[in-house]
Design a protein around this ligand. Structure first.
Ligand SMILES: NC(=O)c1ccc[n+]([C@@H]2O[C@H](COP(=O)([O-])OP(=O)(O)OC[C@H]3O[C@@H](n4cnc5c(N)ncnc54)[C@H](OP(=O)(O)O)[C@@H]3O)[C@@H](O)[C@H]2O)c1
Length: 320
């Protein structure tokens, strides 16, 4: 496993990050705890030292499961833990964005309790909150840092202008955006911004929620949130599957599986510090780590980018 410094922090993180969103039953269905905890241990065995979660994943469920496991096995010091806040899910049945000073302090205490730890390594704002001033967020962050409850702060799903607004008031150490062969919007603005500001990037959905994993066929149907997601059904799905079949020959020539090729494509971009992969079972993580061994030759990287860009355009047109 290769490791990289996360932006301006003193955190050295693995190229592959273990993603915990899969422990959100309303999005992914019930994921059995046994295989999931085995996955965390398998990740550690493979050199993965970076875990991404959020308080909103299963309304605390993902953080609680991770906390229980770390406590039972004495694993806290083995991992750099990144978690997030943003969705207030404790105040009534409809969640809403909340980045107010008092809420941040409460959310952080609750995350620390669930994770059974005294500090969070990277505390991230899950998304942009249009109605709370950055100064107010910063006030809470400075307090959490002073109290030793959080080491570094990050943001997720933000553009450069939004990052600038926060960066005027506190140190932004990491961005968490989506990035994969089918989702490349951040290449033009967010990634250059992060490179020039020494902000680490832990990108998510490296496999486009499994689609780029090479395991689905035209007969596959999804009974979780993906069933209603564009590209996961109908003609568009078939067009992407055809592109994947072609890409598999490139993967085989490189001695890789399709999922490893897709993750290596992400990690070949030097702006990316770590690719987060969503995990339900040990094979998910053990099957992916080889992706981090090397980068792709330039010609192959561009060839894949062009193929999937063309396939996505055709798939979206077919889906209309
Ligand atoms: N900040 C944000 O707003 C945000 C948003 C989304 C995700 N994230 C983070 O990023 C993580 C990953 O993103 P993601 O869950 O969207 O998608 P992902 O990593 O692109 O896809 C995860 C899915 O890929 C499949 N998979 C996993 N390992 C595989 C392997 N080795 N070979 C083949 N298929 C494999 C599994 O699909 P099956 O379920 O079909 O088995 C798994 O559920 C999340 O867990 C979360 O930590 C953050």
């Amino acid at each position: 496993m290769h490791y990289k410094q996360l932006g301006n922090t003193d955190l050295k993180v693995s190229h592959i990050c273990f993603g915990c969103w899969q422990l959100s039953p309303s999005w992914w269905g019930e994921v059995p705890t046994g295989p999931w905890t085995d996955s965390v241990k398998a990740a550690l065995d493979q050199g993965v030292n970076f875990i991404d979660t959020a308080d909103a994943y299963g309304d605390g469920h993902a953080e609680s499961e991770l906390g229980k496991l770390m406590q039972a096995e004495g694993l806290r010091d083995k991992f750099v833990i990144a978690t997030k806040f943003f969705w207030n899910f404790t105040d009534g049945d409809k969640r809403y964005p909340d980045t107010t000073h008092d809420y941040i302090l409460r959310a952080c205490e609750a995350s620390l309790r669930r994770l059974q730890t005294d500090h969070i390594d990277l505390y991230q704002i899950h998304s942009w909150d249009a109605i709370t001033r950055p100064e107010e967020v910063a006030r809470a962050f400075h307090q959490l840092k002073k109290e030793g409850k959080v080491r570094w702060f990050g943001v997720s799903n933000l553009n450069p202008e939004q990052m600038d607004l926060y960066a005027n008031h506190f140190e932004v150490s990491a961005l968490q955006p989506p990035y994969n062969l089918l989702t490349r919007e951040i290449e033009s603005r967010e990634l250059p911004y992060c490179l020039s500001h020494n902000i680490g990037v832990l990108s998510y959905s490296a496999l486009h929620r499994g689609l780029l994993g090479g395991r689905y066929t035209a007969e596959t149907t999804f009974d979780d949130h993906r069933g209603k997601t564009p590209l996961f059904h109908g003609e568009g799905f078939k067009i992407i599957l055809a592109a994947i079949e072609e890409a598999k020959t490139i993967a085989t020539d490189l001695g890789l599986t399709m999922s490893q090729l897709a993750v290596r494509w992400v990690l070949t971009n030097p702006s990316i510090t770590s690719a987060i992969v969503g995990v339900k079972q040990p094979e998910h993580i053990t099957g992916i780590v080889k992706a981090a061994d090397d980068v792709l030759p330039q010609k192959i990287w561009h060839d894949l980018a062009a193929r999937f860009s063309k396939a996505k355009t055709a798939a979206l047109a077919a889906a209309k």
